[in-house]
Design a protein around this ligand. Structure first.
Ligand code: ADP
Ligand code: MG
Length: 249
């Protein structure tokens, strides 16, 4: 049994079957990539896992508990954290202030923006945020305005903010989209480090095959809303159906 078990999940938008009978098992403490052409249903699947969409059919179990019918907040509390396609940070706050938000929310179960000044005086939250910034190799940037950072550093901060929630499953939707090669490589190194050092499972949707093959132990190929094949990277690389459907050969 995987930490995440998706069984026969289907999702329809009007006349369009975006997902049809998706089965997926993600093993604990692995990096599992989901690849597939544009419109294959990757983001729709992710949205079904975090409560943003409710599948029409099937089940989604996380650590033996159903996530279906729970709100995104409840699912987050269960231990699933998600990194979006575009970085979701507060541009007008400093790096440190950004990092304090999930640290505060983790402690109290929620966070209200107006509490930020009071939060700055709460030692345990400050200490945790500082430790997270050290872990993310961002301590020297703590006073920087978050908006002024490079795309790679914004992504690094956002991933750190997710980790501060202490998730057991980290979901990423194309975390390197639109990044220059150097930032992409930094992101690969960061995710490798996280996967090596933490007790965490990572499921990543990714277009960039360099990223996929650098990180994933398992790969699921989605095509037209259905898993085409699931295998290890070596077999995926040589799979004729994958080359045809995904690499356009
Ligand atoms: P991917 O992330 O693999 O590129 P998506 O999951 O975003 O694919 O989309 C799968 C299909 O579902 C596409 O045809 C897309 O246009 C459609 N789709 C996605 N979200 C919606 C929505 N909210 N309403 C209608 N159609 C949608
Ligand atoms: Mg997508």
């Amino acid at each position: 049994m995987g930490i995440l078990e998706v069984k026969d999940v289907g999702k329809r938008f009007g006349g369009l079957q975006a997902l049809g009978d998706v089965n997926l098992s993600v093993k604990e403490n692995t990096v599992h990539a989901i690849i597939g052409p544009n419109g294959a249903g990757k983001s729709t699947l992710l949205n079904c896992l975090v409560g943003k969409l409710i599948p029409d059919t099937g089940s989604v179990m996380f650590d033996g508990q159903s996530v279906l019918g729970r709100s995104p907040h409840e699912i987050n509390q269960m231990g699933i954290s998600r990194v979006f396609q575009t970085p979701e940070i507060f541009g007008d706050l400093s790096v440190m202030e950004n990092m304090m938000i999930p640290c505060f929310a983790k402690r109290d179960g929620s966070f209200r923006m107006r509490a930020i000044e009071n939060t700055m005086r709460e030692k345990d939250v400050v200490e945790k945020a500082e430790a997270m910034l050290v872990d993310m190799n961002m301590a020297d940037k703590r006073h920087m305005n978050a908006a002024s950072m490079s795309r790679g550093d914004k992504r690094r901060l956002e991933i750190g903010m997710c980790l501060a929630q202490e998730p057991r499953l980290l979901l990423l939707d194309e975390p390197t989209a639109g990044m220059a090669r150097a930032d992409t490589n930094n992101t690969i190194d960061l995710l490798k480090q996280i996967s090596d050092e933490r007790d965490i499972t990572i499921a990543i949707i990714e277009h960039d095959m360099h990223v996929v093959f650098s990180l994933a132990q398992r790969i699921t190929v989605l095509a037209q809303g259905t898993p085409l094949v699931e295998d290890n990277p070596e077999n995926i690389k040589g799979h004729p159906k994958v080359r045809e459907a995904y690499l356009g050969e």
